[in-house]
Write a protein that binds this ligand. Structure first.
Ligand SMILES: CC/C=C\C/C=C\C/C=C\C/C=C/C(=O)SCCNC(=O)CCNC(=O)[C@H](O)C(C)(C)COP(=O)(O)OP(=O)(O)OC[C@H]1O[C@@H](n2cnc3c(N)ncnc32)[C@H](O)[C@@H]1OP(=O)(O)O
Length: 355
């Protein structure tokens, strides 16, 4: 038996083949059909249940508005999109980190996909880095779990079999920058005039904390020892042209969006990103991702291992110590005071902006 279900959240159609007999593979089946999956909701429905609903009415697996991450795949070009979708700033909470890792693994499980674009549904903020509220007066149970989830995102992204392209539409401070640096290629928007320049970099020292060794080393490997040493100490946030000169990003796009939407992007982008179909950063990110997808995958992955396996091994070996350091450091009285002051400033700035 075969039936087709209209998805209410995208124009794509899901082919459901003999779903009743595919219980353990139902999530994969939906995923292969190009439908953005939501882990919790899919796993809470049995295949039999899904099939029954599918025969009767349009299947609503999740609402893209409440998903921390939205994804879509385009098998024809071998490219997928994984977009962070946690308003207002895509700050990285435990749950967002877990959603990124889960979605990346789901995309990787599709053998037709060779590249993924890491993007944001927010047109002016890629990711504001760690959710600072996770760091203030944290619980003993949640803090190590939170840090572990961030380490895992790094490991999953940096070691992904997929070619990873960061479409950096806007700000990417601290752990937001880490996400971009863990990708294979970075494209940043040049901003809308001098007053609205997005920035990228590790600004941790400005918050009274320091980037952990694996993040600091990621910057060193990207831009070289001396520039990284200086940028880390000063907490430099690079505007686009400086980021390009320093090698923090590979490309900066200054042109404005055109009025014509790109047909491939229409098919590739999840619903929450449909407003970006004429966005030059997205167009370039797609071109780059498609270019990587054409390279024989075994060779591409082997070459990635040459440059990344040592640091990934090191990360695995030092992971527990890193968590202990982080928890000890963050819960230190002086650090807590600095963080509170920083959040206070952030809130004042927000209020001033709104008034
Ligand atoms: C030896 C060392 C051992 C161990 C290591 C120890 C520690 C190291 C730990 C970790 C490394 C990584 C650290 C981090 O990632 S810390 C986070 C750093 N991020 C920032 O500093 C960014 C702060 N935000 C901003 O600068 C601006 O918001 C931004 C430029 C991103 C966007 O500006 P815009 O004007 O467009 O928006 P806002 O009005 O400022 O923000 C909107 C909204 O979002 C809230 N917001 C922003 N950022 C965060 C955040 N990081 N966490 C939580 N909430 C955030 C902001 O308050 C506004 O909220 P509201 O006022 O309610 O609308």
């Amino acid at each position: 038996m075969s039936s087709t279900v209209d998805s209410p959240i995208s124009s794509s159609k899901i082919q459901i083949h003999q779903l009743d007999r595919l219980a353990p593979r139902s999530a994969f089946l939906l995923f292969y059909a190009g439908h953005p999956p939501h882990q919790t909701m899919i796993s809470s429905l049995s295949a039999r249940h899904i099939a029954r609903i599918a025969r009767q009415q349009p299947l609503r697996l999740f609402s893209s508005q409440d998903s921390l991450v939205v994804t879509n795949v385009h098998e024809e070009s071998g490219v997928a999109v994984l977009a962070m979708n946690r308003p207002p700033a895509n700050s990285l909470s435990l749950e967002l980190n877990e959603a990124i890792s889960t979605s990346l693994k789901q995309i990787e499980s599709n053998p037709k996909i060779q590249s993924v674009i890491l993007a944001s549904s927010n047109p002016t903020i890629f990711s504001a880095g760690l959710d600072i509220t996770e760091l203030i007066s944290p619980s003993d149970e949640r803090l190590p779990k939170f840090w572990n989830s961030l380490q895992q995102v790094y490991i999953d992204l940096y070691g992904s079999r997929l070619a990873t392209v960061a479409a950096i539409q806007g700000h990417a401070p601290a752990a937001g920058c880490m996400l971009a640096l863990a990708c294979d290629y970075r494209i940043m928007h040049g901003g809308h005039g001098e007053e609205h320049l997005p920035t990228i970099g590790f600004n941790e020292t400005q918050l009274g904390i320091a980037a952990p060794p694996w993040m600091g080393q990621l910057m060193v490997r990207t831009i070289g020892f001396r520039p990284a040493e200086r940028a880390l100490a000063l907490g430099t946030l690079f505007p686009p042209s400086e980021a390009l000169n320093a090698g923090v990003v590979d490309d900066v796009i200054t042109e404005q969006s055109s009025s014509e939407s790109n047909e491939v992007l229409k098919a590739l982008l999840p619903e929450a990103l449909q407003s970006q179909t004429s966005n030059p950063v997205m167009i370039k990110a797609y071109e780059e991702a498609a270019c990587y997808a054409k390279i024989p995958p075994q060779a591409r992955v082997a070459s990635k291992l040459v440059t990344r396996s040592e640091s990934l091994k090191e990360m695995q070996m030092t992971r527990e110590d890193d968590t202990q350091h982080f928890c000890g450091f963050i819960t230190h009285e002086v650090v807590q005071k600095n963080l509170m002051k920083y959040v206070e400033k952030m809130k004042q700035r927000g209020k001033a902006k709104k008034s």
